[in-house]
Write a protein of this length. Structure first.
Ligand SMILES: Cc1cc2nc3c(=O)[nH]c(=O)nc-3n(C[C@H](O)[C@H](O)[C@H](O)COP(=O)(O)OP(=O)(O)OC[C@H]3O[C@@H](n4cnc5c(N)ncnc54)[C@H](O)[C@@H]3O)c2cc1C
Length: 508
């Protein structure tokens, strides 16, 4: 008699998509367990403490925010499907954000402001690019008309479609910069549906944040999951998926234990899920010509087929660094105003690509001031926070991983360079030394941190550039959700978990 624990569904990863899938399945009476390698839930959107201070790992803003009463959007759908009251997330709206190309005072520098009211953005485009406004409106109509969640849409270049409407390359790049930084695993271009998802998430909908950061959202998800009877095993990664006849027959955990599950949802990425699969001699995909093959042939054939398929799922190349500066004053006290998020670029064209020859590319980036959300009763975060994200090269950071001294020195060097680059896009400081003397703590994550929190190969922030909307894998009962299924961000990842749970498990 088998002593294995059996689940209806095993979920790999307790990030946003895994937690949301778990809640949905547990609500429908499934026996479900989430296996998480890390000691804390949240994945890329978790939080950590240093010296008693809590830091969000990735959160700048929750995208897709809509006000109460707006129906049929990702946020409202996910609240309904997870039976969450919107007040539980306690989301507070952004004040205002902008895309700025060209440093302060430089000839040709342009800013496009936006808020959670799309009319503000449209008006900014009309003011700054009067010759492009008709094209911009036509683009907006195309975005509205597109069904971005279709599971069988053919991939199309977003650059091509945007260029049909927008002739000015500066405006084109200013539209791509925010949507790429917040959700493109592809360099230079995006798949059109992905562009539409992100355009709606950022500009039609908008930004919000709970006063206490991402831990509010994680707490709500964990409570719902527990109350619905879901099980969770932390510090308990999945090491291997054992197959039999094209199905996952068992999961081997990091501690060597084996469990079985009728369905497996993996939120860890396509390449990373494939890497767990250990094909069995009984897997018909690896029989040769339908007949039993000598073991040596079988081995060779299986190996080459695995390699073959792996090459079809490209690893992501894009990674980020982020600096966090904690201040004993609010950002506004430095004359930095009310901006919540600033997407910046200093080059003639916006280069969304992995920097080949440097660990970090400081030419463009994202500044985030978590203080600048409209918190209830004009409440203020107790400390100022200045976060700045730039593109980074995983391999060049990885080369330093064996030398803690060099790694630390590189972090220190880039911390200064990133802050210097970002400050060019902020109002000048009255006293340049003021920032340093107001700094009470700093931290920085690198591509290696991303791998630590997500397990993503090559620190790929948004996973593989090729997304797998139906979430199917080589195995009939293993499905993808989250980053590599294609919906990104906190809300996108949760919706991905819900939709894959519905599609592959509940609707079967
Ligand atoms: C720097 C940064 C800033 C971001 N900012 C925002 C933002 O402001 N707003 C926003 O909406 N989104 C933001 N995002 C995007 C958002 O964080 C992600 O899209 C989303 O959290 C992905 O969730 P997920 O569940 O798909 O994957 P993940 O968060 O990657 O979760 C996967 C989980 O699987 C676990 N795991 C990996 N391998 C194994 C294994 N073998 N066994 C068990 N467990 C395993 C990992 O530890 C992890 O917990 C940001 C991302 C980054 C990196």
């Amino acid at each position: 008699m088998s002593t294995h624990t059996h689940y209806d569904v095993a979920i790999i990863g307790a990030g946003m998509s895994g937690l949301a899938a778990g809640i949905r399945l547990a609500h429908f009476g499934k026996r479900v367990c989430i296996f998480e390698r890390h000691n804390a839930p949240g994945g890329l959107n978790g939080f950590y403490s240093i010296a008693g201070r809590k830091y969000d790992v990735g959160l700048h803003a929750v995208t897709n925010y809509v006000r109460p009463g707006v129906k049929g959007t990702p946020l409202t759908k996910l609240l309904r499907q997870l039976r969450i009251d919107r007040d539980e997330f306690a989301l507070c709206e952004q004040k205002q954000s902008r895309v700025t190309f060209g440093p302060r005072g430089a000839a040709g520098s342009v800013s496009l402001r936006f808020t959670n009211d799309f009319a503000v953005f449209e008006n900014e485009v009309a003011q700054n690019f009067p010759s492009q406004i008709d094209g911009f409106r036509a683009l907006v109509a195309a975005v509205r008309a597109h069904n971005e969640v279709s599971l069988d849409a053919k991939p199309v270049s977003a650059r091509e479609i945007v260029r049909r409407h927008i002739a000015d390359p500066l405006l084109e790049d200013m539209l791509f910069c925010p949507v790429m930084y917040y959700g493109s695993a592809q360099e230079h271009d995006m798949e059109w549906s992905q562009f539409v998802i992100m355009f709606k998430a950022l500009f039609f909908e908008g930004f919000a944040r709970p006063f206490d950061g991402v831990r509010v959202i994680i707490r709500v998800l964990l409570e719902k999951y527990r109350a619905a009877g879901g099980e969770r095993r932390m510090k308990c990664g999945v090491k291997k998926i054992i197959t039999r006849e094209n199905r996952a027959a068992a999961l081997v955990l990091d501690n060597g234990e084996e469990i079985t599950a009728t369905h497996i949802l993996s939120s860890i990425g396509a390449v990373e899920t494939e890497a767990l699969i250990e094909f069995s001699i009984f897997d018909s995909r690896f029989s040769i010509g339908g007949a039993a093959a000598p073991f040596s042939d079988w081995r060779g054939s299986a190996q080459s087929k695995i390699e073959n398929r792996k090459s079809k799922i490209p690893e992501g190349r894009l990674s980020y660094v982020e600096t966090i500066t904690v201040l004993n004053r609010q950002p506004a006290d430095f004359g930095w105003g009310d901006d919540t998020i600033i997407f910046f670029n200093d080059s003639p064209r916006f280069n969304y690509e992995r920097p080949e020859h440097a660990q970090v590319d400081t030419r463009s980036g994202v500044i985030c001031f978590p203080n600048n959300f409209a918190y209830p009763g004009d409440q203020q975060l107790p400390e100022g926070l200045f976060r700045c994200t730039c593109l980074a090269n995983y391999d060049l950071w990885k080369n330093l991983s064996d030398s803690p001294g060099e790694y630390r020195a590189a972090k220190q060097r880039w911390f200064g360079d990133i802050a210097a680059s970002a400050k060019r896009f902020l109002p000048p400081l009255a006293q340049p030394a003021a920032l340093e003397s107001a700094t009470v703590a700093t931290d920085m994550f690198t591509p290696l941190t991303i791998t630590k929190f997500t397990g993503h190969a090559a620190g790929a922030i948004y996973g593989s550039p090729v997304k797998n909307r139906p979430g199917r894998t080589a195995l009939d009962n293993v499905y993808l959700c989250g980053t590599d299924q294609g919906f990104l961000g906190i809300i996108g990842a949760m919706l991905s978990g819900i939709s894959m749970a519905n599609y592959h498990v509940l609707q079967k």
